[in-house]
Design a protein around this ligand. Sequence first.
Ligand code: FE2
Ligand code: FE2
Length: 298
Amino acid sequence: MTFKLAHFSDLHLGPLPRGAVLRDFKFKRVIGAASWAFNRRQKHLIGVVEALKKDIKAANQDHVAFTGDGTNIASAVEFQQLRIWMDSFGKPDWMSYTPGNHDAYVYIDWKKGLGLLDAYMSSDMKQDQPFPFVRLRRNIALIGLNSAAPQRLHSAEGTLGETQLKQLAARLEELRLKGFYRLVMIHHPPAPGLAAKFRSLTDAPQLKTLLCREKVELVIHGHNHVRSFHWVEEGGNRVPVVGVASASITDKHPHPAEWNTYEISRNKGQWQTVVKIRQWRGVSKGFEPAHSFEIEAA
Ligand SMILES: [Fe+2]
Ligand SMILES: [Fe+2]
């Protein structure tokens, strides 16, 4: 039986709602709103977003991973808009969300911000901390990390923190012993060198060490708005890492919107993972197959 996971990221859902800047006023939000008005507004289109939703729904997926940056300036009204959009997409037990840096663009109270999406970040395992959450689907464990933390102006960095890394280590070991395919979902690229300096994960070296030590089956991320595939190697082990492009960018841009499917199956004691990428085409106003490849067993 093949398990199909859809993956998209960096929706940067627009338009920026009224009151996004003025309610809970913060200077950084003004900068972010200017960036939306002069740049992102022409790039991230609602027509693409709606076509993406339709395409994924029609593709009969077992689960959907949305790896963050659903908002632009982390305002309460944007989170309300995002929750409505996600509810129109699918049920929280069918879709998982991992926060991105734009979802913590400035500090916002959990209840007014990411807390509105908590049903999409719930865990099937008993735990004291909210992250990492784990969703168990057949023999696949979907592990969601939170790399979003408020940063200084012009920084798009992320951080997991010691507590989350410690909890992740315990979960990965536990799930390996139980024989699960461990698929880690995170907004930021999970190893040093996969993102520019002021856009990277501050504890990427620690995360890389942990992922390689545990020989995690797959890591998926967003953030760079570009399609990517890397083997991350350390201590003689290697881990496949897939980055997905933004989900809402027009094809007037060099890296138009895409979403991925990971088709995971177990054959003669070996995991098999096939990646299929669909890309937005403005001419047909829809998504079409763009590339596919198989990830060989590590
Ligand atoms: Fe983004
Ligand atoms: Fe990001």
